[in-house]
Write a protein that binds this ligand. Structure first.
Ligand SMILES: Nc1ncnc2c1ncn2[C@@H]1O[C@H](COP(=O)(O)OP(=O)(O)OP(=O)(O)O)[C@@H](O)[C@H]1O
Length: 366
C-alpha cells in the first residue's frame, strides 16, 4: 500500500529565501491515492524533479511533511521507503549481465537465491528481456537498458510506488509508445502507485489516469486529461495543454458591462454576475481554439476579423486572426470552406472560461 500525502510542503535550495520565487516547491497540499497511475506534468524548472526527490527521500523538504499511508517518512532514508525511482538515464551496472542487474536489489536485501530466480524470470518476461538475460548490460540498446532499470524497481515485492523521472528521454521516438504501453500494462498487473514525470502532454495523457500540472512550484490542477482540456483550472493549464493552447484576453468591467479593450462584450448575465463579484482587476476570458466558431458569412452574433494566416496541418487547420490588436487561434476541421481575408467569428458563451487572478471561476449559467 502506498497512499502518498504531501502536507504543507515547501522546498528552497536557497539558504536565505526572500520571496516565493526563491522556492522550488511553494506550499503544496497533495494526495496521490494508492494504486493510481499519475503524471506530473510541467515545463522545465517548475519543480518536478525536486518533488520526486522529496517523495523518494533523496531530498529533505525545507518545510512540511511527507506521509506514506498516514506515517510521516521525512526522516526515512530512500532505501527504507519502499519506493523505486527510474531516472532519465538508465541506472544499471554495465559489467553485470541483465540477470544479475535484475537480481541485484533482491540479493542486496539478502533474498535467498531460490526466490531470486523466479522473480527475475517473471519480471524479465513482462519486460520482454528474457532473451537478453545472459548478456552483459553494456551491450544493450538504450531502450533495453531503460527496461532493465525499470525491472530493478519491479523485482522487489516491497516496492509500493515507482517514480519515473522523464524515463523515455533517451529512447527512440518509435519505441517510446511501446515502452509507455508496457508501463501501462505493468501498472494494471501490479497494484503499484506510479508517478510519471514529463514535460510532454501526450506522454502524460497516454500514461496517466490523472495528471498533476505543475507551474512555478505548485500543482495548479490535478485532473483527468479531459478535465484539463475542458475546464483548465489555471490559465497556465489552458496555455500548456492543447495544441495550440487556449486563447486568453483581458477584460475590464464597468457599470454592468464587460469590455475587451474599448469594445463592450455581449456577455450573458451569468458572466456579468461573476464579474461583479470578482475582487481583482486581473480578469481574463479564455476559449480553446477548438471552440471558436468561424464562418465565411456575417451571421448574427458574429464579429468580422482579419484572417492573418491559415496553416494546413493535414487533418485540421489552424486559423490565426486578429481581434482588437490581439492574435487568436481557431482550429478548423480538414473540410472547412475556403476563407477570404475577412472571416466572421463567434465565441459561444458556454465555451468561455472566466479567470480571476489566473484561476478559473465557475460561472453559474442556470
Ligand atoms: N541542486 C539545486 N540547487 C539549486 N537550485 C536547484 C537545484 N536543483 C534544482 N534547482 C532549481 O529549482 C527549480 C526547480 O528545479 P527542478 O529540477 O525540480 O525542475 P524540473 O521541473 O524537474 O525541471 P527539468 O524538467 O528541467 O528537470 C529550478 O529553478 C532549478 O534551477
Amino acid at each position: 500500500m502506498a497512499e502518498i500525502v504531501l502536507k504543507s510542503l515547501a522546498h528552497t535550495y536557497s539558504t536565505n529565501p526572500q520571496s516565493a520565487e526563491d522556492y522550488a516547491i511553494r506550499h503544496m497540499e497533495h494526495v496521490w491515492d494508492q494504486g493510481g497511475a499519475y503524471a506530473l506534468l510541467g515545463p522545465s524548472g517548475c519543480g518536478k524533479s525536486t518533488l520526486l526527490n522529496i517523495i523518494s527521500g533523496l531530498l529533505a523538504p525545507t518545510e512540511g511533511d511527507v506521509l506514506f499511508d498516514g506515517h510521516r517518512v521525512n526522516e526515512l532514508p530512500p532505501e527504507e521507503r519502499n519506493i523505486a525511482q527510474v531516472f532519465q538515464f538508465p541506472v544499471i551496472y554495465d559489467t553485470m549481465t541483465v540477470f544479475d542487474n535484475l537480481a541485484f536489489p533482491l540479493r542486496n536485501m539478502n533474498t535467498p537465491e531460490y526466490r531470486v530466480k523466479p522473480k527475475v524470470l517473471e519480471v524479465a518476461d513482462i519486460l520482454e528481456l528474457t532473451p537478453l538475460l545472459s548478456r552483459k548490460a553494456k551491450n544493450l540498446t538504450a531502450d533495453e537498458k531503460q527496461k532493465v532499470s525499470m525491472g530493478r524497481g519491479l523485482v522487489r515485492d516491497d516496492v509500493t510506488a515507482i517514480l519515473f523521472d522523464e524515463p523515455l528521454t533517451v529512447i527512440d521516438p518509435q519505441l517510446k509508445w511501446k515502452l509507455r504501453r508496457k508501463l501501462k500494462e505493468i501498472h494494471e498487473r501490479f497494484n503499484i502507485t506510479m508517478i510519471y514525470v514529463t514535460h510532454d502532454q501526450l506522454e502524460a495523457s497516454t500514461f496517466a489516469d490523472k495528471i498533476a500540472v505543475m507551474y512555478e512550484g505548485q500543482v495548479v490542477q490535478f485532473g483527468t486529461p479531459r478535465e484539463l482540456f475542458e475546464t483548465p483550472a489555471h490559465t497556465f493549464v489552458g496555455y500548456f495543454i492543447g495544441s495550440p493552447g487556449m486563447n486568453f484576453f483581458e477584460l475590464h468591467y464597468d457599470h454592468n458591462t464587460a469590455y475587451f479593450g474599448e469594445h463592450p462584450l455581449p456577455l450573458n448575465n451569468a458572466y456579468l454576475a461573476a464579474l461583479r463579484q470578482a475582487e481583482s482587476r486581473n480578469v481574463k476570458l479564455g476559449i480553446r481554439p477548438e471552440f471558436v466558431e468561424v464562418s465565411t458569412t456575417d451571421e448574427p452574433g458574429t464579429v468580422a476579423v482579419q484572417n492573418k494566416h491559415l496553416q494546413d496541418l493535414g487533418t485540421y487547420a489552424i486559423l490565426t486572426f486578429s481581434l482588437n490588436q490581439q492574435t487568436f487561434k481557431a482550429r478548423l476541421p480538414e473540410d472547412h470552406p475556403p476563407l477570404g481575408e475577412t472571416v466572421y467569428i463567434r465565441f459561444p458563451d458556454d465555451k468561455l472560461s472566466l479567470y480571476v487572478d489566473e484561476y478559473r471561476v465557475e460561472v453559474d449559467h442556470e
